[in-house]
Design a protein around this ligand. Structure first.
Ligand code: AMP
Ligand code: MN
Ligand code: MN
Length: 337
C-alpha cells in the first residue's frame, strides 16, 4: 500500500486534539528506541512549541536505557526529557514522533494504546498505521517537516530554540541536505529555521563533526573488516561490516558511535547496497541497510520485521553477523528475481 500525505481532515483532527486540552492536562511525547536526530529534534521542538502554547505538563521520553547520544545532549527542550519510567502513565494526549511501527516503542506501546487521544507524526513509507490521528507523510524528508507544519497550524511561531531542534532533525535525516528528498520545500524550511538566528556551522560541528578519538580508532577497525561482494544484489554489489559490544568496550565508546559507521560504508562505489550489523546484546544485532537506488531496502527490512525508507532501512537480526548478512543476501536475491 502506498501512503499519501495527510489530508486536510487529518491536520484538522490533530489541531482539534490539541485544542481540546486544558493547559494543565498531561501531554506525553514519545520517540523511537535508540533515538536519532530526527526523533529527538522533532519531539523536543514540538514539545517546546506546546510549552509556548501554555501547556505546563509536557514530558518527552523514549524506550530503553535513558541515555541521549552526545551529539543531541545540548538540544533545547532537553529539560522535557524523562526516563521511560517517569512518563505520564495516564496522559490526556500521547504524541509519537518518527516511529514506523509500534515495535519501535518498546515498553511504551501500552501507554499509547491506553491514551484517550493520540497523534502519530512520521514520514516512514513503512508506517503501519497505528495510533489515533496519523500525520504520516512519506514524502517528507524528516518527521520535523510534519512537526513544523503542525506547529504552524496551531499558531506557534518559530523561535530559535524550536528552530534548532527542527533544524538538527532536518539536517540529520537529509544527510546534511544531500539525500533525494532534499526538495525546494526542505531548503525553504531550512531558511525559515536559520532566519530565527541559529548558527548552522556551530550546530553541524556539534552534531556531525565531533566524535571522541576512540570512536575514530574503533571506526578504523570496523572499516578494516569490511567485505565487498560484487556479485551480490543481482550483480549490483553489496558491502558489509559489523561491530560488536566488545569493540565498544575496548575503545570505551557508547553505542551511538556505531550509527555513523554506515556513512563511510555506503560511499563504496562498487556496491549499491551497504550493510552495517551492530551488536545490541548477545546474539542480537541492529542492522542498517542503505541503497544507492537499484534496490528498495525497506522491502528487505520489513520482511525481517523492521522498516524504513526505500534507500535507508533497518531491522533487528539474530545469531552471528555472517548469518544476519546471509539473510540479507538471500532476501536481496529474492527481491531482484
Ligand atoms: P538506521 O540505519 O538506524 O539509521 O535506520 C535507517 C532507517 O530505518 C530509519 O528510518 C529507521 O527509522 C529505520 N529503522 C531502523 N531500524 C529499524 C527497525 N528495527 N524497525 C523499523 N525501522 C527501522
Ligand atoms: Mn529516526
Ligand atoms: Mn526520520
Amino acid at each position: 500500500m502506498t501512503l499519501s500525505a495527510p489530508s486536510a481532515g487529518q491536520w484538522a483532527a490533530a489541531v482539534a486534539a490539541v485544542r481540546a486540552l486544558g493547559t494543565g492536562d498531561e501531554i506525553q511525547l514519545i520517540c523511537h528506541v535508540n533515538p536519532d536526530g530526527d526523533a529527538l529534534g522533532s519531539m523536543l521542538g514540538f514539545g517546546l512549541g506546546l510549552r509556548r502554547l501554555g501547556f505546563d505538563r509536557v514530558r518527552a521520553t523514549f524506550p530503553g536505557e535513558f541515555r541521549v547520544p552526545d551529539p543531541y545532549a545540548a538540544l533545547p527542550g532537553s529539560e522535557l526529557l524523562v526516563a521511560e519510567g517517569e512518563a505520564y502513565q495516564n496522559a490526556d494526549l500521547v504524541i509519537v514522533f518518527d516511529v514506523a511501527s509500534e515495535s519501535r516503542l518498546g515498553g511504551l506501546a501500552g501507554l499509547l494504546s491506553a491514551a484517550p487521544a493520540s497523534l502519530v507524526l512520521d514520514h516512514h513509507a513503512s508506517n503501519t498505521g497505528f495510533g489515533g490521528v496519523q500525520l504520516v507523510d512519506p514524502r517528507a524528508a524528516a518527521t520535523s517537516v510534519v512537526a513544523e507544519r503542525l506547529l504552524a497550524e496551531l499558531g506557534v511561531e518559530l523561535d530559535q530554540e524550536i528552530a534548532e531542534c527542527l533544524y538538527v532533525a532536518l539536517a540529520t535525516d537529509t544527510g546534511s541536505f544531500k539525500f533525494d528528498l532534499t526538495t525546494v520545500a526542505v531548503h525553504e524550511l531550512a531558511a525559515r529555521l536559520i532566519a530565527t538566528g541559529l548558527r548552522p556551522g556551530e550546530i553541524s560541528r556539534r552534531v556531525f563533526d565531533s566524535r571522541p578519538f576512540g570512536a575514530m580508532k574503533l571506526a578504523g577497525e570496523v572499516m578494516g573488516r569490511a567485505v565487498l561482494e560484487p556479485g551480490a544484489a543481482g550483480g549490483r554489489g553489496m558491502v558489509w561490516t559489523y561491530a560488536t559490544l566488545d569493540d565498544l568496550q575496548r575503545y570505551s565508546q557508547p553505542p551511538y558511535v556505531l550509527d555513523a559507521l554506515i556513512d563511510p560504508v555506503r560511499s563504496v562505489a562498487e556496491a549499491d547496497v551497504s550493510v552495517v550489523v551492530k551488536q545490541v546484546a548477545a546474539g542480537e544485532w541492529s542492522v542498517s541497510l542503505r541503497s544507492k537506488g537499484a534496490v528498495d531496502v525497506s522491502g528487505v527490512a520489513v520482511s525481517q520485521g523492521g522498516g524504513g525508507h526505500r534507500l535507508a532501512a533497518g531491522f533487528t537480526g539474530y545469531g552471528e553477523p555472517d548469518q544476519v548478512v546471509d539473510a540479507v543476501r538471500r532476501l536481496l536475491d529474492e527481491y531482484l528475481n
